[in-house]
Structure formats: C-alpha cells, structure tokens
Design a protein around this ligand. Structure first.
Ligand code: ADP
Ligand code: MG
Length: 353
C-alpha cells in the first residue's frame, strides 16, 4: 500500500489548512477589534422639529452606526405617536375619539409617556399639564394675530382641560378620554422620552459610553472612557447677554442621568409690550412671562423634560418642593438679566467653570 497522498487527498489537506488559517485570521481580527482604540462617533438626525445627536465611544464604529440607525428609528416612531403637528399621529387619532364611552387600544409607548405625564402633572399641582392642548392652540392663534386671548375664549378652552379626563388601563393597554374637546399635548415631555428610548436602544446594542441630545433634552449613558463625566456647556440663549462667552456654564456630569432645558429664547411672543413664553401657565391660560430659562438635572430625560416645563411655570419655592419629590434632581434657574443662576438642589459639577 502506498503512503503517498493522492491529488484528491492533497487538495483536501490544502483546503483544511486554508480554512484553519482563515479561522485563525478571523479570531485575531476579532480580538484586535475588541482591544483596538475607542473611537468617537457622532450621528445626527432631524426629528420632532429639532436635530437629534448621538455621541458614542466604541471600538467598532460600524456597530455604533447600526445601533444609531435603530435608535433614530425609535425616535421617529415616538414622533409618530406623540406629535401634535402630525394629524395622523397616534395621540391626535386618540383625541378624535373624545368623548368616548369605551377604552381605546394604545401603543405601549403612548401608555408609558402619558402615564409619566399624568404623574408629573399630579405632583406639580397642574403646572405641567398634558391636557393643555386647547389652550396651546388658542395661544398660537392669538400669537399670530398679535393679541391676548379674550376671556370667553379662555373659558371655553379651559373646559377641555384636566387630567381627570384621561383613564388609563396599563394592563389592558387602553386609554379612554372622557371629556369633549380634550387635546393632549405631549410637547413638554416627548423629546425627553425619545432621548431615553434612544439611549436604551443603543445600550441594548452593547454601546455604553453614550450621549443622546434632542435639542437640549439630553440623556446620558456612561461617560467617555477615562473621563470623569460628560462635559456640557449650558448657555440658554435669550437670557442675559447671549454673546458673552463668560456666561457659559460648564458642568461635568458623572454617570448616567439626564439634563433638559426649557426657555422662551426662540419661542416667545411680544404682545402689548410684554414678552410671553410658549410655555403656558394652565392656571391663567397665558404664556409664562419671559425671558426665562431653566435647566433641570434628573434621573432620566422624561422626568427632566417635564420638570423643566413645570418649573418654568412655578415660583422658586414651589419649584424646590417639586424637585424634592424626585431624589437627586436639581435645577439652575437662569437670571433674566444675566447674573449667575439660582441653584435648586445640588446640580452636578456646578459651579465648575
Ligand atoms: P421645548 O420643547 O420648546 O424645548 P418644553 O419642553 O418646555 O420646551 O415644551 C414646551 C411645549 O410644551 C409647548 O410648545 C407646548 O406644546 C407644551 N406646553 C406648554 N405649556 C405646558 C404646560 N404648562 N404643561 C405641559 N405642556 C405644556
Ligand atoms: Mg419640557
């Protein structure tokens, strides 16, 4: 019997060695990929009338891009659920069922964001109120006409307001709207909810060092590697002297959490010589007097966004009491004429500039 290999055997051995080599090569590449340098990746996306930005540090930029595409898809989905500007959004469709004798099926996200909105409305004594929609529309119409709403208009709009007009069954995933004309406006909370959701999607894809910014509503994952925290620059335009770079407040936020800013800088109207915000005081039905700006730090973006809107309505004492309900939360109240901000609670990394 000959010990010489036949050509067929030779080619098998060769193929075997080749496969083995490719296998080793892939393994080495994978190990190198895991230990390669961390790279900063930034991705932007237009949604909800603003620019969303995802900043992440990872060894594999392609993995970040794939995850970011999923996260941006989630933001678009939340916009289609919560938007007051899209007539076919889920919330607008739901509002068209009011007043309803029966509960209506709703998406998981709508149940969640609406439940959070109602909770913050309760603890803020109605300063934050997601049923303020009819007043918001009235205010927008009057803004275009350059006049204040008439008393009868305000009274009519007020009849549609109140969270007791919303019944949520989380287990059955339904919402029933009891009040005629109720208009739910999630404009003060939806962006915060969206940045939280995007952060969760990225984390589920294995990205840890991450920041999601929805035009000032920022949700934070773990800080950049080897850094003590995320360096954020806060300079709410429209209060004090915008061009004075000394007024930029630099904070370093250690781990996770969220920051949201509400203010009237780009969204105010002047009527009869007075400046009013696009944020309404549900008690008066009028825009909050401006200029004003507040930055809130809280455990998550949903809370920070809604609290920033609520605190825009409340006075300092009431704002402090509201923050007490959310352990670890804090706020910077910007001075309209440019002095240092008032600090409520312990704002992380401030003063630090
Ligand atoms: P922005 O989204 O402009 O950064 P906010 O988060 O404070 O600012 O949200 C403002 C939006 O919230 C308004 O455009 C309106 O849709 C809605 N809104 C206004 N007043 C209130 C209020 N008192 N409670 C809840 N939502 C409000
Ligand atoms: Mg808000």
């Amino acid at each position: 019997m000959s010990h010489l290999a036949t050509p067929v055997q030779m080619s098998r051995v060769f193929t075997h060695l080749l496969v083995k080599r490719i296998w080793w090569l892939s393994l080495l590449l994978a190990i190198w990929g895991c230990q390669g340098p961390l790279q900063k990746v930034e991705i932007e996306h237009a949604a909800m009338g603003t620019r969303f930005r995802i900043v992440a540090y990872h060894r594999n930029p392609q993995q970040v891009e794939r995850a970011a595409r999923l996260a941006m898809g989630t933001i678009d989905r939340i916009e289609n659920i919560c938007s007051d500007w899209k007539s076919d959004s889920e919330i607008r469709q739901l509002c068209r069922t009011a007043p309803s004798d029966y509960p209506v099926k709703a998406s998981e996200e709508l149940i969640e964001v609406l439940s959070r909105a109602i909770e913050i409305s309760r603890v803020s004594g109605g300063a934050f109120d997601p049923t303020v929609g009819t007043l918001v529309r009235l205010w927008r119409r009057c803004q275009q006409a350059g006049r204040l709403p008439r008393l009868d208009e305000l009274q009519r709009a007020r009849q549609t307001i109140g969270i007791d007009g919303i019944v949520i069954d989380s287990d059955a995933r339904t919402v029933q709207l009891l009040r005629e004309g109720i208009a739910i406006d999630l404009g003060g909370i939806a962006k915060g909810y969206a940045v939280d959701a995007a952060l969760k999607v990225m984390e589920a894809q294995g990205i840890k060092h991450i920041l999601v910014d929805g035009g000032g509503d920022i949700s934070l994952g773990f800080p950049p590697p080897d850094q003590e925290g995320w360096r954020l620059e806060l300079q709410p335009a429209g209060v004090g002297n915008d061009t004075d770079s000394d007024r930029v407040i630099r904070v370093v936020i250690g781990s996770r959490g969220a920051v949201a800013t509400s203010g009237d800088a780009s969204r105010f109207v002047e009527i009869e010589g007075k400046r009013y915000s696009h944020i309404l005081d549900p008690a008066t039905g009028l825009g909050v007097p401006g200029p004003h700006a507040v930055t809130v730090h809280a455990a998550d973006g949903t809370t920070a966004d809604a609290l920033a809107t609520a605190i825009s309505v409340l006075d300092e004492k009431e704002a402090g009491k509201l923050l007490d309900r959310f352990p670890g939360s804090s706020a910077l109240l910007f001075d309209p004429v440019g002095g240092p901000p008032r600090v409520l609670g312990v704002f992380p990394g401030y003063p630090n500039h």
